[in-house]
Design a protein around this ligand. Structure first.
Ligand SMILES: [Zn+2]
Ligand SMILES: [Zn+2]
Length: 346
């Protein structure tokens, strides 16, 4: 198979021909039809993720067709259209048994713990517990765009922050995660406020359902600007970027008993940010992480997509080839693109 491959961090990946994967017991092999490019792939390539063992094939947001089925797989067969959450649970640990596969102790993450989907084929373990059947109406590129950012945002807004109609929701950072969170919060009837430093991204955020925008470069204090707009602070707030500044502001801008969800990754020297803990105590704030979403929760998200309430296809920017993904991956931290780049040519 053709795949993007690197033997050292921070060196230009190459496109190589590698042996086709075979399914493990309980696993499948998927012919990748579409796979999204994400900032986590950039973090991995930089060497920020301890799960990655070299040499490596990145890629974790994928959709495709099952082409081989390992021993013991019951729910899936060759030819079926599927996608998979980027964190796949083992199915038998305590977390999996309680329905929290997204924090499984023995998790399988394509593109991190194992070779990923920037390739013609990818092997996925624990298939019965994690693969998701794709409705015919959801195309591969859209499905691939769900796997990480959209699903994580869905869990962040719906399950972790428990956003309800009429609430103010601040969203810090308008990349793939932030725009997804805005679209999902708007679909729930909440009032999302988009915060970014790019006027262009804020314009796009309005089209995705933001009722107000704040350009962080143009205000002295972002948290104060949110409190002014919302009459006291946001009910829920998402740091969709992952930086000490956005994390701090996302907690600081909450009203009393507000909920903060950290979705943007905090790695390397950002791993231990400053938190306004006095406010967390005095105002009884809630702080959550959001780390992917369980396969069984995809039903709710797919139902909202099929009904037209959620339109993740609007977040897709460019369709690119495997070759074009190499420079795109290396420049991911600068992420000037509006929308998600998806590899659809292999
Ligand atoms: Zn598990
Ligand atoms: Zn991702």
């Amino acid at each position: 198979m053709r795949a993007m491959y690197y033997e050292a961090f921070e060196t230009t990946p190459e496109i190589r021909t590698l042996p086709d994967p075979t399914p493990a017991e309980g696993g499948v092999v998927i012919k990748v039809e579409a796979t999204g490019l994400c900032r986590s792939d950039w973090h991995g390539w930089m060497g920020h993720d301890a799960d990655i063992k070299l040499p490596h094939v990145p890629g974790h947001e994928l959709a495709g067709k099952v082409v081989a089925v390992g021993k013991g797989v019951r729910r899936f067969r060759e030819g079926q259209r599927v996608t998979v959450p980027f964190v796949s649970g083992c199915g038998h640990c305590g977390e999996c048994r309680s329905g929290n596969q997204q924090v499984c102790e023995e998790q399988f993450q394509p593109g991190f713990t194992h070779w990923g989907s920037f390739a013609e084929y990818v092997a996925i373990d624990y298939a019965d517990h994690n693969l998701v059947h794709l409705p015919e109406t959801v195309d591969y590129a859209t499905a691939a765009s769900l796997g990480c950012r959209f699903a994580t945002s869905f869990r962040a807004v719906v399950d972790q922050a428990r956003v309800t109609g009429g609430e103010w929701v601040a969203v810090h950072g308008c990349g793939g995660v932030g725009l997804s969170a805005i679209m999902i919060a708007a679909a729930l009837g909440a009032n999302p406020i988009a915060i970014d430093i790019s006027a262009e991204k804020l314009d796009f955020a309005r089209k995705m359902g933001a009722v107000a925008t704040i350009n962080a470069r143009e205000v002295a204090d972002v948290a104060e600007a949110v409190r002014d707009l919302t009459g006291g602070g946001a009910h829920a707030s998402v740091d969709a970027l992952g930086s000490p500044v956005t994390c701090f502001n996302s907690i600081k801008n909450l009203r009393r008993r507000g909920r903060h969800v950290q979705v943007g990754l905090m790695l390397a020297d950002h791993a231990t940010p400053q938190i306004p803990m006095a406010q967390v105590i005095g105002h009884e704030l809630e702080i959550y992480g959001s780390h992917g979403m369980q396969a069984w929760r995809y039903d709710a998200m797919l139902a909202m997509i099929e009904s037209g309430k959620l339109t993740p296809q609007k977040l897709i920017g460019r369709h690119i080839s495997l070759e074009e993904a190499v420079p795109a991956l290396m420049a991911m931290d600068k992420a000037a693109d509006l929308g998600i780049s998806v590899i659809t040519r292999f």
